[in-house]
Design a protein around this ligand. Sequence first.
Ligand code: ZN
Ligand code: ZN
Length: 341
Amino acid sequence: MLQAMLFDRQDIRIVDVPIPAIGCGEVLVRTEVSTTCGTDVKIYQRGYPLLEPPHPYGHEFSGVIERVGSEVVGFKAGDRVAVHNTAPCGHCYWCKHGQFSMCENLVFNRGSYAEYVRVPGQIVRQNMFIMPDSMTHRTASLMEPFSCAVYGIQNCPIEQGDFVIVNGAGPIGLMFARLAVLKGAQVLVTDLMENRLEAARRLGVWSTLNLAGLEDSVEAVRALTDCRRGADVVIEATGLIDVWRASCRMARRGGFVLLFGGTRSGSVLEVDATLLHYAQITIKGVFHTMPLCVSEAFKLLELGAIDEDDFIQNEYRLLDLEAAILEHAAGKVIKNCIVYD
Ligand SMILES: [Zn+2]
Ligand SMILES: [Zn+2]
């Protein structure tokens, strides 16, 4: 089968490898759609500190079960499935505290840019779902990033009518924006690229603001809130430390800031300490997602909470993966997808 491997920064190779053998609790899935992700772009541009190259590439996909291990329950060959990329162990210190995204034995499944994917048992049991006939593989492939946005939004104390700022209109920022709209919030989305803000406007947000060329993004944003008081909730979805810093200054007194976008390692966040004391703001970071939010994301996809066409623009073949990644990296699309024979 064909599989994309990352040999180094900016060195994707499509190699021919044997179809993976599966263990008794595992499942082999024939890939139908894999979607590009901001994380894939980052890994392509900067490398990935946690893995020694060459390593399998990609983590968002959906497909059809080709084969199941002897001990697999609830799935059979031919099932169309949405598959998440991780699963916690359920028994470590953090899992026992319900902090599943901090699990010290989190199983990762990498290598979704491939004709077949072997799904570890931990993921089969916790984070794999049979798709209803009405769900497309493109939509199902959005489950992983969407589950991260679902987890993030659940950490935000958003009430109906709240003013919510989402900084960053990439795929995750747009998903946050959509979920905040569904919660009845007045949502403002900021970004530097007009095409991405246009995508935000299709999701029913109250307004968008292009920060390109603005000297003081914090003041510009606060000016749009009642009495310039700032937002009830600010969500950071760019992964840029300057935006983390600015986000902390966009919240109202007593407001809430969710810092979601992963920054470069070694980034340092400086925050005016008086904001935490006298302005009593809450700053929270979250990472990834957890099984409850994956199943909720799957349900929301089934209910049509987001439309795949708002998130996935162009289709590529696996051999043209690099072009799909580069187009994503340039911000010309929200996401691209790879399709298979
Ligand atoms: Zn992703
Ligand atoms: Zn654990």
